[in-house]
Design a protein around this ligand. Structure first.
Ligand SMILES: [Ca+2]
Ligand SMILES: [Ca+2]
Length: 317
């Protein structure tokens, strides 16, 4: 019996000893509880601001200047109203060119421009015209204006063109008039940069049509290029010596020359008011000064001399 009890104690002691052994701590070489996640790095706090401060206070965006459409050219079809914003104020305006036929050569044309903003309506009548054409143009896409241009002929060669353009205050229309014949078609396209093709009758060294490129700006019609003599008159025999300043190929002025009486010059280009360029017998281009007296004292002076003294000038009848 003593042996049995002794054996039980030995077994109990062994069990208690096992129960009292704690698992080894990790720092003792054992495995600790498995980490479920890597530790996240703490955010780095710096003194730097997260965004650069703006130097200027925030402003409302300024209104973009209204920009037109380069080369815009809307032909006015007779009797058909065109809706377009002529002054870029965001309100549509209307343009109408209509015809009233009274007879074969007895037509009236009426141009009506009705601003959507309520400023004054333009009604421009063209009486007894053979023909009348019109266009809405954008001669300068950056000036927030469109131009309404009409062109008509009332006598055989008596061309007139008119332009209407909203004035600077936006309260009405400026009107301009010139004696141009405007050509805008497939052969003579309009562009904002190059303008329109135009003919203008002039009497410098003879009555003739001068061809040039023109446009309309805030001061009205203007020529963008010199006016070219279309080969007419072909030549003028000088009755007296003509002093000229040679125009070099780069446009600069060169030496002074004299074309003697008896030689023939051919008008070449002019600005219509201050000079005329002629082709000399040896093929060079020479420039003479022009002055035009108007009214009762009408006279064209070349180098200070009445142009009639230089040649038999072919005027129109
Ligand atoms: Ca408008
Ligand atoms: Ca414009």
């Amino acid at each position: 019996m003593k042996r049995i009890i002794s054996g039980i104690f030995i077994i109990l002691f062994a069990l208690v000893s096992m129960a009292c052994q704690s698992p080894l701590a990790p720092d003792q070489g054992g495995e600790g509880p498995a980490k479920t996640e890597e530790a996240t790095e703490a955010p780095v706090v710096t003194d730097e601001p997260t965004a650069e401060p703006t130097e200027e206070p925030t402003e409302e965006p300024t209104e973009e200047p209204a920009v037109g459409v380069a080369d815009l050219c809307m032909p006015l079809e007779l009797g058909k109203e065109v809706t377009v914003d002529l002054d870029f104020d965001g309100v549509d305006d209307t343009v109408l060119l209509r015809e009233e036929r009274h007879g074969e050569y007895d037509n009236d044309y009426i141009l009506t421009i009705t601003p959507g903003s309520g400023s004054n309506t333009i009604e421009y009548p063209v009486a007894n015209a053979y023909d009348c054409q019109g266009w809405v143009l954008d001669c300068d896409p950056a000036d927030s204006r469109l131009e309404v241009v009409i062109d008509f002929v009332q006598d055989s060669e008596d061309y007139t063109c008119k332009a209407f353009r909203v004035n600077a205050a936006g309260s009405g229309f400026d009107e301009y008039e010139e004696g141009y014949c405007i050509l805008i078609d497939g052969e003579h396209p309009f562009t904002s940069e190059g303008g329109f093709t135009a003919d203008r009758q002039h009497d410098i060294l003879g009555t003739t049509d001068l061809r040039f490129s023109g446009a309309v700006g805030e001061n009205g019609f203007k020529a963008l290029t010199p006016m070219s003599y279309n080969g007419y008159p072909e030549g003028l025999e000088l009755k007296r010596d003509m002093e000229l300043t040679v125009v070099n190929e780069d446009g600069s002025l060169g030496e002074k020359i004299t074309v003697p009486a008896g030689e023939t010059i051919a008008p070449y280009e002019t600005d219509g008011e201050s000079y005329v360029d002629v082709r000399t017998p040896d093929g060079r281009i020479g420039r003479a000064e022009v002055k035009i007296s108007t009214g009762d004292e009408w006279c064209i002076y070349i180098n200070g001399v009445n142009q009639d003294e230089y040649a038999n000038i072919p005027y129109a009848d």
